[in-house]
Design a protein around this ligand. Structure first.
Ligand code: HEM
Ligand code: HEM
Length: 193
């Protein structure tokens, strides 16, 4: 692990602050893009009449992107627990604790949501992935369970999106209000200020 936790916390937002490694940054933004796309698709297909093929295509795309999210999530966890770069906390005290809880919350909620999504999809049959292959269900999901899974999948989706909104606002506040380099260290390209 290339930990740089030895750096004083004061440097976390300072000019000398290093950035996350490329793979961590890639996993972060691919995850964010997938989560927002999955949510947007699910909210939009509600406006498409049930008989239209477009609605089914949107649901198929949602499921395929969901499988992609599961793969990205597993790789991300493996990477974050092995050779990835860990930076000193961006905040102190309670703010640091809150930020840590939000990050851990994302990992827990995404694992729960992906599991619910797979069960939801398997309740309807095998999971088709971009029309390339399908994953047969290893479980039988009854009608009552199906109902609860559907409700929970929707609730967890909203919790993730609201949390992501707060998290993004904090990142933007660091950039535009506190004017430190916390956002820069997660950006794909190094930007100077
Ligand atoms: C659904 C969307 C998002 C999820 C699930 C998410 C999740 C995470 C997680 C888990 C971390 C901890 C680092 C890691 O383990 O990789 C993190 C860090 C970070 N995220 Fe996000 N994020 C999302 C969207 C955003 C957006 C939209 C922004 C900016 C506008 C942003 C800015 C940051 C920054 C700057 C950090 C580094 C914070 C630090 O170094 O303490 N994230 N994010
Ligand atoms: C963060 C990730 C995800 C978000 C934000 C999300 C969000 C949603 C939302 C809001 C709905 C509509 C729920 C309703 O109205 O009852 C939905 C439905 C669904 N999701 Fe997800 N989802 C995610 C991941 C997944 C995954 C990983 C899978 C499976 C691989 C999946 C499979 C499904 C299925 C099968 C439906 C029902 C489609 C239908 O109505 O026939 N989702 N999702």
């Amino acid at each position: 692990m290339t930990d740089v936790d030895v750096l004083p916390a004061a440097e976390a937002g300072g000019r000398a602050a290093p950035r996350y490694d490329g793979l961590t940054i890639t996993f972060h933004w691919v995850t964010a893009l997938l989560v927002v796309s999955l949510f947007a698709l699910a909210e939009l297909w509600g406006f498409v009449p049930k008989k239209m093929p477009l609605r089914h295509e949107m649901i198929s795309l949602h499921v395929s992107l969901g499988v992609l999210l599961a793969v990205v999530y597993l790789l991300r966890v493996l990477w974050r627990r092995s050779a990835s770069r860990h930076l000193p906390p961006a905040d102190r005290g309670l703010q640091h604790v809150a930020a840590r809880l939000v990050h851990i919350g994302f990992y827990v909620l995404l694992a729960v949501q992906v599991t619910l999504g797979f069960l939801f999809a398997w309740a309807k049959g095998a999971i088709g992935v971009f029309g390339l292959f399908s994953i047969a269900s290893p479980v039988t999901v009854g009608r009552v369970a199906h109902h609860w899974i559907a409700a929970l999948h929707d609730d967890v989706a909203w919790v993730i999106i609201i949390l992501a909104g707060g998290h993004a606002m904090m990142a933007l506040a660091h950039h535009y209000v506190i004017r430190d380099r916390v956002l820069h260290r997660m950006l794909p390209v190094a930007a100077g200020r």
